[in-house]
Design a binder for this molecule. Sequence first.
Ligand code: FE
Ligand code: FE
Ligand code: ZN
Length: 277
Amino acid sequence: MLYIGCHLSYSKGYEAMGKQALEIDANTFAFFTRNPRGGAAKAIDPEDAAKLRGILTENSFGKLVAHAPYTMNACAADPKIRTFAREAMADDLKRMEAVPGNYYNFHPGSHVKQGPEIGIQLISEQLNEVLREEQSTIVLLETMAGKGSEMGRSFEELRAIIDRTDLSSKLGVCLDTCHIWDGGYDIVGDLDGVLEDFDRIIGLDRLKAVHLNDSMNPLGAHKDRHAKIGEGHIGADALIRVINHPLLKKLPFILETPNDIDGYAREIKFLRENFND
Ligand code: FE
Ligand code: FE
Ligand code: ZN
């Protein structure tokens, strides 16, 4: 069973996302927990969340991969921005309990001239304040392209954050194919080698989800511009090898390609046709 889906809009609520997923033959999806550019989160209607839970169980969905707002920067130099990041994540993790047992993915942050060492320290400090033993959500650090001073540009940086987080049993990693390609990991020429590196440095047991994207830029470009499947430098063949890789094929795959809903439906169909159960 291939678990595949895309980003869906939360604007019409939880049940609406579940219904839309079914319409496009998705059996997982991503959504922003609040406006990705920041601001307050809409209150959750418990009945609406219960309807989504029903859809997920009845249709054997894989884990959902919620996405934290882009404006969340746990390692900002400005303490006000760090406070927003901490409060938003704590609030999001409470809200995630409306659909328990899923994933919550976030961009580790940008250290903005403070250096990666301070970045690692500040991100793990935030996680140490926010993670709770009783939460049912696993928080995923996303692999980043290394644009500017982005943290998470290497497996080593993610490992260092995990090492300094006390409740690391609540942590995992979301591997973004566009980002690691742009970060210099050759998933086209040597997918096995990249996964061996991941296993040696982080451990494959931490790998919980994949953002499946093509890239507009060549290997190591550190740019982060997503392309449609088969229209970028990674290419359809390499992405088909990703979804079929024995170490990856059971994970939830989330498309973040530049598409409208019909484009996502077409990519899901294409990937299902090229998946070997
Ligand atoms: Fe992301
Ligand atoms: Fe991503
Ligand atoms: Zn990206």
